[in-house]
Design a protein around this ligand. Structure first.
Ligand code: NA7
Length: 585
C-alpha cells in the first residue's frame, strides 16, 4: 500500500524547491574555509560510530566530549544495577566483522561496566582517540555565514570552526533534580543517579532513600536492597514493570551468536523497534482467553522487551486490549508482593501497560517483601522538603544517611537547551523549540544549516534499540556528508516545508499509539522543569522500518527536503518530480 504520509511529505516539497534555490543563488559568495570539516559533540555510542565513519572518509574532524573518557550514558550512570534492556548481541556495532568476532558479551543483558569497556575497546581498536578531546563542554555554536560553518566555543574558552556540526549529545544526558525546598541542605551523601560517585558507594548498614521509580529507580532499588541497612522508596506514580529474565552467556552460546550475526542484525532490521521482538499479528480479543494467558505467561517469563514490543498487535494502540494485558500484569504484581496494601500501591491506576517506558526488573517486586524495605506513596503523603538529616513528608520526618534521586531527565531536548546554538538570523535553537522540537527526520532543523542532530528529537533512531537506530542515522548522515563533500556543497539547510510536513507526521504517528497520550519523557513531560511543550512528542513513533523508507527515498531523490549551495553560490539541483520513486510500505 502506498504510504500517504510519505507521499504527501515529498509532494509538498517539490513546489517550494525552485523558489528557495533561486533566492539562495542570489545571496551567496564563496565562503572562507573552517579549520575542520566536521566537529562531533559527544563520544557515546553515536559519536564514536560517527567518528569512525568520518575517519574512513579521511576528513579533518574532531570529537568534543565533556567527560574524561568515551561512553556517554555508560560513562555517567554509575549507579548500582545499571544495565541495558537490549539483548547484548543486538547492542554492539554491526559495522566490523572483526570486532564482532573479537568481542564476547558475558550476560544476555550486559551491565554498565561491560558496555563502557566495550566502547573503550572500539575506540582504541579503530584508533579514534587521536580525534577526541575530553573534558570539553560545548558552551556555544554560532552559525557564521561568511564561513558557511559554525564557530564553536567550549566553556574553557577554546574557539574552533567547522563546516559541519554533528550533535551526538545523548537523549538522557540532562538529569533533573526535584524542586523540593532544601535539596542542597542535606548534610550527608546525596546524588542524582546520573552523577553517582565514580568511586562507588558503601551501602552496608546505611539508611537509604530512593526518590523515583522509573527504569533507573527500579534497577537501583533491586540492586541495593540486599546491601543496605534500610531502604525507603518514595514513589509518586508506579510504573508497569516486567521481568528482564537475564542470565549469563556461556562460551558455547557466544560462539554460536558469532556465527549468526548476519541473521541477528537482519532480524533487528525487520522489526519496528530494532529488537528481536516483533508484534504478534493477532488481536488480543480474537484469541481464546486460555491461549491468550499462555502466550502472556510465555512473554512474561522470556528475556527482554518481548512483553512490551512483542505482544498482540493491538496492545499498545487499543485501550480495551491494553486493559486486558494490564490486568494480567497487575495479577502478577499482586502474586509477587505479599502485603496486599503495598501491592495495590505498586499497581498503576492512571495509565495502561507499556504506555510509558516499561522498567525491566530483576526481583523488584520481591524487594517489598523484605522487612527492611518501606514504600512511601507520596501521592498520598507528599514530600514537603529535604532537611539536613532526611525527608519531611506531610505525615512524618524520615532520617537518612544517603538520599538518591532517580528523578529522570530533561529528555532529548534538554541537552540542546543547555548549549547556545545560534542559527541564521541570530535565532537560538531553544527559542525555536519553545513549544516543542521542529525538525526534518529528527536530523536537520530549518535555519540551522550544516547541523545534523544525529540522535535528535523526532528521530526514528531514538525510539528503537539504540545502536541499531543510531547506526542507521549515522550511515544516512554519512551518506549526506559524502554527497556534500563530493559535490563541494557548503550549505545544507532543511526546507521549511519539509520541517512542517515531518513535524505533522511525527504528531500524527504519536496520536495513533497510546503512549502519545500519556505523561512521560517520550512526550516531553518532566515536572521538574518549567517549560511544558505544546507539541508533545520527542520521539518518532512510526517505527524504524517506516523511518528508513523516508530516509532511503530522501537520498534516492538527492535530498529534496534540504536546500543546498555549492561553493560560489550555485545551488545544487535535485532530481525532477518525474524521476522520483515512492516506495510502498
Ligand atoms: P523516568 O522514567 O523519567 O522516571 C523518573 C521517576 O522519578 C518517575 O518515577 C517520576 O515520578 C519520579 N520523579 C520525578 N520527579 C519527581 C519529584 N519531584 N518527586 C518525586 N518523584 C519524582 O527517569 P529514569 O531515569 O527512571 O529513566 C529514564 C530512562 O533511562 C529510561 O526510560 C530508560 O530509557 C533509561 P512520576 O512518574 O513523574 O510521577
Amino acid at each position: 500500500m502506498l504510504d500517504q504520509n510519505r507521499d504527501m511529505h515529498f509532494q509538498g516539497l517539490s513546489a517550494k524547491a525552485v523558489e528557495i534555490e533561486h533566492l539562495a543563488s542570489i545571496q551567496n559568495q564563496a565562503p572562507a574555509t573552517p579549520e575542520y570539516d566536521a566537529i562531533i559533540i559527544g563520544a557515546g555510542v553515536c559519536g564514536i560510530y560517527q567518528a569512525y565513519r568520518l575517519q574512513q572518509m579521511g576528513k579533518r574532524f574532531l570529537v568534543l566530549e565533556q567527560a574524561s573518557d568515551v561512553g556517554g550514558t555508560w560513562y555517567w550512570n554509575r549507579y548500582p544495577g545499571c544495565r541495558f534492556d537490549s539483548e547484548s548481541e543486538t547492542y554492539g556495532y554491526s559495522f566490523s566483522s572483526e570486532l564482532l568476532e573479537e568481542w564476547n558479551w558475558s550476560e544476555h543483558f550486559a551491565p554498565r561496566e561491560e558496555t563502557e569497556r566495550y566502547l573503550q575497546y572500539v575506540t582504541d581498536k579503530f584508533d579514534l582517540r587521536q580525534h577526541m578531546r575530553f573534558r570539553q563542554r560545548l558552551a556555544s555554536a554560532i552559525w557564521k555565514p561568511d564561513l558557511s560553518g559554525w564557530e564553536i566555543t567550549t566553556d574553557s574558552g577554546t574557539v574552533l570552526t567547522t563546516r559541519f556540526l554533528l550533535t551526538a549529545i545523548g537523549l538522557l544526558s540532562s538529569p533533573t533534580l526535584p524542586r523540593y525546598e532544601g535539596v542542597e541542605s542535606f548534610k550527608s551523601l546525596s546524588f542524582h543517579t546520573y552523577h553517582a560517585p565514580r568511586e562507588g558507594v558503601n551501602f552496608a548498614g546505611k539508611r537509604v532513600a530512593v526518590i523515583g521509580t522509573g527504569a533507573t529507580g527500579v534497577q537501583l532499588i533491586s540492586a541495593i536492597a540486599g546491601e543496605v541497612g534500610s531502604l525507603t522508596v518514595f514513589q509518586r506514580r508506579p510504573n508497569w514493570c516486567a521481568p528482564l529474565n537475564n542470565s549469563p552467556i556461556p562460551a558455547q552460546e557466544m560462539a554460536d551468536i558469532k556465527k549468526r550475526y548476519d541473521e541477528i542484525f537482519a532480524r533487528c532490521r525487520e522489526t519496528p523497534s530494532g529488537f528481536y521482538h516483533d508484534v504478534d499479528p493477532r488481536r488480543t480479543l480474537d484469541v481464546d482467553p486460555q491461549e491468550r494467558e499462555a502466550f502472556w505467561e510465555r512473554l512474561y517469563n522470556s528475556p527482554g522487551f518481548g512483553v512490551w514490543v512483542g505482544n498482540f498487535k493491538d496492545t499498545l494502540v487499543d485501550t480495551e486490549a491494553n486493559a486486558e494485558f494490564s490486568k494480567f500484569v497487575a495479577m502478577k504484581i499482586r502474586e509477587r508482593v505479599r502485603d496486599p496494601d503495598v501491592a495495590e500501591k505498586l499497581v498503576p491506576k492512571d495509565h495502561g501497560f507499556g504506555t510509558r517506558r516499561v522498567p525491566m526488573e530483576t526481583g523488584y517486586y520481591e524487594v517489598y517483601n523484605q522487612a527492611n524495605v518501606r514504600l512511601v506513596d507520596i501521592s498520598e503523603t507528599p514530600i514537603q522538603r529535604i532537611t539536613e538529616t532526611g525527608i519531611q513528608t506531610i505525615a512524618e520526618h524520615h532520617q537518612f544517611d544517603i538520599i538518591i534521586y532517580a528523578t529522570g531527565f530533561d529528555a532529548v531536548t534538554g541537552a540542546f537547551d543547555k548549549i547556545d546554538i545560534v542559527g541564521e538570523a541570530g535565532q537560538k535553537l531553544r527559542d525555536k523549540w519553545i513549544d516543542g522540537p521542529l525538525t526534518v527526520y529528527g536530523l536537520g532543523v530549518t535555519g540551522f544549516p550544516n547541523m545534523l542532530t544525529l540522535a535528535g528529537p523526532q528521530s526514528g533512531s531514538v525510539a528503537t534499540n539504540f545502536p541499531r537506530g543510531i547506526e542507521e542515522a549515522v550511515d544516512w548522515c554519512s551518506g549526506v556528508l559524502e554527497y556534500l563533500f563530493n559535490n563541494r556543497i557548503d550549505y545544507f539547510n532543511a526546507r521549511q516545508a519539509a520541517e512542517d510536513s515531518w513535524s505533522e507526521h511525527v504528531h500524527e504517528m504519536s496520536g495513533r499509539i497510546l503512549f502519545g497520550k500519556e505523561q512521560s519523557w517520550f512526550t516531553g513531560y518532566n515536572s521538574n522543569v518549567d517549560r511544558q511543550y505544546r507539541q508533545k512528542c520527542l520521539i518518532y513513533a512510526g517505527g524504524q522500518i517506516r523511518f528508513r523508507q523516508f530516509l532511503t527515498e530522501e537520498s534516492a531523490q538527492s535530498y529534496p527536503s534540504f536546500e543546498m549551495r555549492q561553493s560560489g553560490g550555485a545551488p545544487r539541483s535535485h532530481g525532477s518530480d518525474a524521476t522520483r520513486t515512492r516506495p510502498d510500505t
